[in-house]
Design a protein around this ligand. Structure first.
Ligand code: HEM
Ligand code: HEM
Length: 211
């Protein structure tokens, strides 16, 4: 038994930082997926809050308590396969941190979020047309192009966000967001599966006040 495994039926423990960062990340994703206008100031600020929260969690992965550390749930396809074999064989090893399959999912979600954040920040820092009067400073061709874009976007506009270049960054941002949605569905399915398989209410362990 390794340091990250506990005797059967031991409750999983998450410290307040893991819980708080988990639900803050969930809230930020929901806000940007459902509430804020794509590319708006609100979208970008929620994005920065998401970036800060993820950074905090990653630092916690080095300095936090044992269960929260990366060393407690290393990304290991080999261990994930072994874990799947245990599931098939009906064995129940207990893990004080994420189980090896869950660990792969956690790293996949974090990596996808990193791609979303990096592309988002790059889009924001790409030269944007200041609102109200770019044409005067821009060369005629660019001015004509930006006029065309204004017409294309019609009334939709962006709340105080200025215009941004279309291109690979938007594509990557959007693709990563779609991948994130798939991962979230799998994550929630995994949580339900693990709850039923182990009989432990692991969601409760992620809620405030349960340790
Ligand atoms: C998980 C959180 C996020 C979700 C769900 C999300 C979702 C989206 C979606 C669906 C779009 C539309 C893409 C398209 O035009 O096809 C978009 C655009 C955009 N997002 Fe995000 N986003 C997130 C995080 C961020 C972050 C962290 C930033 C930057 C700090 C950011 C900045 C932008 C910008 C600037 C655009 C406008 C792109 C354009 O010019 O059309 N987003 N986002
Ligand atoms: C936007 C949706 C979600 C995302 C992106 C997400 C992401 C994550 C991440 C990254 C972790 C690892 C936490 C850490 O070590 O810091 C995690 C763990 C966890 N999440 Fe979520 N989550 C989402 C929604 C949910 C929901 C709706 C539930 C409850 C039904 C849930 C229940 C859990 C549980 C129980 C764990 C701990 C799993 C374990 O014991 O190994 N998550 N989630």
């Amino acid at each position: 038994m390794t340091a990250t495994e506990r005797p059967a039926a031991a409750p999983r423990r998450w410290d307040p930082v893991v819980k708080l960062t988990h639900w803050t990340i969930v809230a930020a994703i929901l806000a940007n997926a459902l509430i804020t206008e794509e590319g708006s100031d609100a979208h970008v600020w929620v994005g920065y809050a998401l970036a800060a929260t993820l950074t905090f969690r990653l630092i916690w992965g080095v300095i936090g308590p044992a269960e929260a550390r990366f060393s407690a749930f290393p990304p290991s396809p080999g261990r994930a396969l072994a874990h799947m074999r245990e599931i098939v064989a009906g064995k129940r090893a207990e893990h004080a941190s994420h189980n090896p399959l869950g660990a792969l999912m956690v790293y996949a979600i974090w990596s996808t979020l990193a791609v979303i954040i990096v592309t988002g920040v790059l889009m924001v820092s790409a030269p944007a047309k200041p609102e109200g009067g770019p044409a005067a400073a821009a060369p005629p061709a660019a001015a004509a192009q930006s006029l065309e874009r204004e017409e294309d976007e019609g009334q939709e506009g962006r709340e105080g966000g200025g215009e941004r270049e279309e291109g690979p960054l938007v594509e990557i941002h959007e693709t990563a967001v779609n991948l994130l949605y798939v991962l979230i569905v799998l994550h929630i399915a995994g949580v339900v599966f693990e709850t039923r398989r182990s009989g432990r209410r692991i969601v409760l362990a992620m809620l405030p006040g349960r340790r």
